[in-house]
Design a protein around this ligand. Structure first.
Ligand code: GSH
Length: 203
């Protein structure tokens, strides 16, 4: 059986959990408390030298890290990844956008709130995270104003990648009220078959 090394509050972990659930693939979740350093033990570093979840372990012991690479592996040949060359490249484009222009701002501010470390950061650092996140949300708003999902007419792993931290952005102090197209898209993602909330213990 597939094993997913994960942390319940993690949006990166949630991307994989949600996709596995929507694909109906059985898996076993191994919870590691990132706040207690459980991703930095010698045993886990042997599996992922980068010391981070999510990590997927295949039945033969092969491991795969990085939430979006894991999603790509799982989605291959399914309705969650387009078959055409351009559609696949566009999915990759939005997943790269998520990692470079969204997650480092929206997810990090949420993490600082969760971990109780916000006060350890300067006002300038917090403002930079906020403006970076607003810029990313603005790009999403303009794109989603014209279409139902990120790529083509269909829900794909690009949507899962961007949904994971956007739907909990308010936990990091972001206001979604001024992003109506993003909010409508969040509802469309929530209504997909097999949807599970981030806090639900699946697997
Ligand atoms: N780019 C990676 C980021 C993974 C990541 O930042 N994981 C965090 C939890 S969301 C983690 O494991 N942190 C624990 C640590 O750094 O020790 C991905 O998309 O999977």
């Amino acid at each position: 059986m597939l094993q997913l090394y994960d942390y319940l509050e993690s949006g990166n972990g949630y991307k994989v959990r949600l996709l596995l659930t929507q694909l109906g693939i059985p898996f076993e979740r191994v919870e590691l408390d990132i706040l207690k350093g459980e991703t930095r033990t010698r045993e886990f570093l042997a599996k992922n030298p980068n010391g981070r979840i999510p990590l997927l372990e295949l039945p033969d012991g092969t491991t795969l890290a990085e939430s979006n690479a894991i999603q790509w592996y799982l989605a291959e040949g399914t309705r969650f990844l387009p078959e055409d060359r351009l559609g696949r490249a566009q999915v990759l484009q939005w997943m790269a956008f998520e990692q470079y222009s969204h997650e480092p701002f929206v997810a990090v501010l949420r993490f600082w709130h969760h971990a109780g470390t916000l006060a350890a950061h300067s006002e300038e650092e917090i403002a930079a995270k906020r403006s970076g996140g607003e810029a990313g949300l603005g790009v999403m708003e303009r794109h989603l104003g014209q279409r139902p999902f990120f790529v083509g007419e269909c829900y794909s792993i690009a949507d899962i990648a961007l949904y994971a931290y956007t739907h909990v952005a308010e936990e990091g102090g972001f206001e979604l009220a001024s992003y109506p197209a993003v909010r409508a898209w969040l509802e469309r993602v929530r209504s997909q078959p097999g949807y599970v909330p981030i806090t639900e213990r699946v697997g």
